[in-house]
Each structure stands twice: as structure tokens, then as C-alpha cells.
Design a protein around this ligand. Structure first.
Ligand code: ZN
Length: 360
């Protein structure tokens, strides 16, 4: 009897231990699946394009923030600009009326999930052009993964290096893919060939200027289609004689900067917009590519005020998510593609960790 009881107790223990193992295994499996799911940018569902409903609510914390309102007209030929929510950093995808693709920057290395998610959603396999505006990690960190994952037509960057791990990683990836680098400058490459109906002008940097910071080597591009255009500015800054904005304005006519959509330079920092530059650009819409709760205090209140006072509608990747501007040569339709992408979640964690260990 005692022997049977012992055996029953042993069986119960075995059952208990089996259920504990089953429970622990299930929890680990669910956790791993969730991580894989988020990292792959939701592989089971393509992004719905576009998804924004009319009269979306505007976050109350920022009265100047605009809400996309118009209804898209997909049958028209358009120049499409996607400002991808990569947390703190920049990544912009352009698609021409003829279907050519161009990626400008790719955020931190952790942002590759957000970038890949948008490219996958749009079923893009080839990038006809990839441009890095300047060699800082929040712009080039994701570039090695892009080089390894996509067929790239042409690669462009400014002629400036940076002694950083992200720069070395990018150079290794370029060498690994035997990808030739085309150096951009307003002097030697004033335009970029991409789509016959789109004009791309390189407005900065200049060859003979010793800019005072890597930010100011940022490539400034004006991409225009008919009467609509987007001005892409990297982290160019607007104060000081050797700033990118000052030099570009001094050496080009102000007309060259006029645009429909302005990517606000340097994540809307205090020195991101000189009055002269903003007045020359005179955009209808401003996009600030910025990470939620970033350590730099971007965007600066004075920059937001400056845009607000000029009656420019402000869109922010930290508030709206990934934004899509569709320009048909006359009108611009704005929609939100994906709010708070999984990639931006990881990018924000990466940014937080980087800030803890590498205050700058
Ligand atoms: Zn930056």
C-alpha cells in the first residue's frame, strides 16, 4: 500500500514537473516568436497604403502639429516621399513617377527593421539609388544591412569620413558588395540622374569649404516633379559662417531652395533653421524626423515656433509615425503609412542604450 502511495506521489511529481516544463517552454516560445515577429516587421501582413482617415485627431501636446487630411488619388503619376519612423535618425524613401526607387539614409543599425518593413510593404527589391547625407550613426547605421539585403543601382555620399564603428561597418559592407561610391558635391555633381521626369539638384556641400562639423557636410538635395518638390537636408545646420545652409545660400540663388515639403535639418535642433534658409525654402509642409523622448531635446521649441509663425504645417515621425507625401506635380496628398513601427521601438531602445553609454 505504502509502495503504491509512493508511486502515486512520484507520478504526481512527474506530472507537476512536466507541466512546469511545458509552461516554461511555452512562455519562452511565445516570447521568442513575439521578438521575431516584431523584428521582421510583421511578416504576415503587408502595410496597407495609405491608411490615414480624414480628420485624424491631433495630439494636444503640440498645437502646431498637423493632421493629414486629404484623400489619395492613386491613379495619378506621382513623386512619393516616405519619411520612415526610425526613432532618432533619418530615413527617407523616394519613388519616382516612373517607379524608380531611392533611399536617403537608413537610421541607426537598430532601425533596419523599420526601414525593411516599409520596403517590404511596398514590395521593393531593388534600390536604384542609395544616398547617405553624412557619416553619423543615426543616418548610416542601417546602411550595411540595406547593402546586404537589396540590389543597389548606385551609391552616393559626401566626400567626408568619420572615425566611428558605423562608418567602418558601412565601408566594409560597400567593399563586400563591390559597390562603387559616387561622391556628391554641388560643384562636381550639381544634378543626379534618376528619373527623366524628376530633377534632383545637389545644393551642398561644396568642395573648397572646410566645414566645422560633420553635420555640415550633409548633402542638401532638392527633388522636384512639376510644381511640387521636396528639400532634403540631412543634419545641415544654420548658424556660423561655415554652416551648410549659409554656404549653400551664399552660392546658389534663393529660388533653388523653394519647396513644397521641407525635411527640417538636424531633427529640428536649436540651430537647424536659419531665418534666411527658411525664408528661401518657404515650404507648405515641414517634416521633423525625430525619436520620441530623445536625449537631445529635439525638436527645439524655438524651431517649432519658427515654423508655426510662418504658417507651415508640421509633421513629426515621433507623433505621426511613417509619413507618406504623394506629389503629382501640382497637389500634395499626405497620409500616415504606419504608426509607431516595431523598428522604431527597437531603434528607440538602441538609442536609449547608446545614450547611456555614449553621451554626446
Ligand atoms: Zn542626425
Amino acid at each position: 500500500m505504502a509502495r503504491v502511495a509512493r508511486s502515486e506521489s512520484k507520478k504526481k511529481k512527474q506530472r507537476g514537473s512536466f507541466f512546469r516544463r511545458f509552461l516554461i517552454t511555452t512562455i519562452i516560445a511565445v516570447f521568442l516568436l513575439s521578438v521575431l515577429f516584431a523584428m521582421s516587421g510583421n511578416p504576415f501582413e503587408d502595410i496597407q497604403l495609405p491608411t490615414f482617415a480624414q480628420n485624424a485627431s491631433t495630439p494636444s501636446s503640440s498645437p502646431a502639429l498637423s493632421a493629414p487630411q486629404q484623400t489619395p488619388q492613386p491613379d495619378k503619376a506621382t513623386l512619393d516621399a516616405y519619411f520612415i519612423d526610425v526613432g532618432q535618425g533619418d530615413s527617407i524613401l523616394l519613388i519616382s513617377p516612373g517607379g524608380k526607387t531611392m533611399l536617403i539614409d537608413a537610421g541607426e543599425s537598430t532601425a533596419m527593421y523599420a526601414v525593411r518593413s516599409v520596403l517590404k510593404g511596398l514590395k521593393i527589391k531593388k534600390l536604384d539609388a542609395v544616398i547617405t547625407t553624412h557619416p553619423h550613426s543615426d543616418h548610416i547605421g542601417g546602411i550595411p544591412a540595406i547593402i546586404r539585403s537589396f540590389d543597389i543601382g548606385a551609391f552616393y555620399m559626401p566626400d567626408v569620413s568619420n572615425p566611428s564603428a558605423s562608418y567602418s561597418d558601412m565601408v566594409s559592407a560597400l567593399n563586400g558588395a563591390s559597390l562603387r561610391v559616387n561622391y556628391l558635391s554641388a560643384d562636381r555633381t550639381p544634378t543626379i540622374e534618376w528619373d527623366e521626369n524628376v530633377t534632383i539638384e545637389v545644393l551642398s556641400p561644396f568642395d573648397d569649404v572646410a566645414y566645422q562639423s560633420v553635420n555640415n557636410y550633409s548633402v542638401i538635395l532638392r527633388v522636384s516633379y512639376g510644381g511640387t518638390s521636396v528639400l532634403l537636408t540631412g543634419d545641415a545646420e544654420g548658424d556660423g559662417v561655415y554652416s551648410a545652409e549659409y554656404t549653400a545660400l551664399a552660392r546658389n540663388t534663393a529660388d533653388k531652395f523653394r519647396c513644397t515639403v521641407l525635411k527640417v535639418p538636424h531633427h529640428g535642433s536649436l540651430s537647424s533653421l536659419s531665418d534666411a534658409f527658411l525664408s528661401a525654402a518657404s515650404p507648405e509642409y515641414a517634416v521633423i524626423s525625430v525619436g520620441s523622448g530623445n536625449d537631445y531635446g529635439h525638436p527645439h521649441q524655438s524651431t517649432l515656433k519658427k515654423l508655426e509663425n510662418s504658417d507651415i504645417r508640421i509633421f513629426r515621425t515621433d507623433k505621426h509615425g511613417t509619413l507618406h507625401f504623394s506629389m503629382d506635380g501640382e497637389d500634395t496628398v499626405i497620409s500616415v503609412v504606419q504608426k509607431s513601427s516595431p523598428g522604431s521601438f527597437f531603434a528607440n531602445i538602441g538609442e536609449g542604450i547608446r545614450n547611456i553609454f555614449n553621451k554626446k
